[in-house]
Design a protein. Structure first.
Lengths: 273, 49
């Protein structure tokens, strides 16, 4: 899947069975052109929303009647938890696209998404522990929710390590995709662990079939911070993926230059003889 | 106020913003370097052809 051997302006060859609309984005040149304008807007929007979100969460949001000021940790912990799970779902979709359609950009995006996903999952665990100490009296318990999120963190780390463990990047991407798809089974376990088992972690309070179980004074800044962190997450993954596409193109051009340099006059004389 | 745990709140927010900031700065620096290098190589390749 040498995605950068094509000139950036050319379309990638059509793969049998690949949907045309999706396949249009498989071309690295088109991807770079399309996303060139997105990145500054995405980064700017993330800064704007996060800047106001920090002020809203830390200054203007009222303390919770039960948790007091500690509720302010929720404004980072909950977005990290949603990003960890949503990001993993994204990784699984990319892996499916990679395995079924050999969508060349899917491999690269998955490769760049995994370290960011691992970081947000680690932040979810750390901020959860920092909330648990004052609220539960302990940093950690081996209950179903915490343990399944720890497993999710190991799945992210496993993906990061596996795709980089092979000399052949295509093989690494395939192994990573298989791991990501196998790991998807953990997502419903994370989500429903609080319903299926008796856990110290509280049940869902926002994503419920009926209305959220929190006051709008807490809910709105929480959703605003989630939007800000989601935009930042998308900007980081997009910048890393664009950088990875360009780095591959750079390597391809350097290889071509090295091949040209090999054709020295001595080599040409040898070929003539 | 026994419900105020600003040490934990500050640490949570600081860690999150520092790690997100580090990821963003690393990605943007990598992006800028790759863009610059690609522009240089493509100009050279175009000049040779």
């Amino acid at each position: 899947m040498a995605i950068v051997d094509n000139a950036p302006t050319q379309d990638a060859p059509r793969q049998p069975g690949a949907p045309t609309s999706l396949h249009r984005f498989a071309n690295p040149g088109r991807f770079l052109r399309l996303t060139d304008n997105w990145l500054p807007w995405l980064a700017g929007a993330a800064l704007l929303v996060l800047g106001s979100g920090v002020a809203w969460a830390l200054v203007f949001a009222p303390p919770d009647w039960q948790q007091g000021e500690t509720v302010r940790i929720m404004f980072v912990h909950v977005p990290m938890a949603w990003l960890a799970m949503g990001g993993y779902l994204g990784l699984a979709i990319l892996s499916l696209m990679s395995l079924i359609w050999r969508h060349p950009l899917a491999d690269l995006t998955a490769r760049e998404l995994a370290p960011v996903g691992a970081a947000v999952t680690a932040l979810c665990l750390i901020t959860g522990s920092l909330w648990g100490r004052p609220m539960w009296g302990t940093y950690w318990v081996w209950d179903a929710r915490l343990t399944s999120v720890l497993v999710l963190f190991f799945l992210w780390l496993g993906h990061v390590a596996l795709v980089r463990a092979f000399d052949d990047p295509e093989r690494g991407a395939r192994m990573g995709a298989i791991l990501a798809l196998v790991g998807v089974v953990n997502l419903p376990i994370v989500k429903f662990s609080v319903d299926w088992w008796n856990t110290l972690h509280q049940p869902a309070s926002v994503t419920r079939l009926d209305a959220p179980a929190m006051h709008v004074d807490i809910l709105y800044p929480l959703l605003w911070c989630t939007l800000g962190f989601s935009l930042a997450f998308a900007a980081v993954v997009l910048a890393a993926t664009r950088a990875a596409v360009m780095e591959r193109r750079v390597r391809a051009l350097q290889m071509a230059a090295a091949r040209r340099a090999d054709v020295t006059p001595a080599t040409l004389r040898g070929a003539r003889a | 106020m026994n419900t105020a745990h600003w040490w934990f709140i500050g640490l949570s927010w600081a860690l999150t913003l520092i790690i997100f900031g580090a990821l963003a700065v690393a990605a943007l620096l990598r992006h800028r370097n790759a863009k610059r290098q690609l522009a240089r190589l493509e100009t050279r390749a175009r000049g040779k052809s």
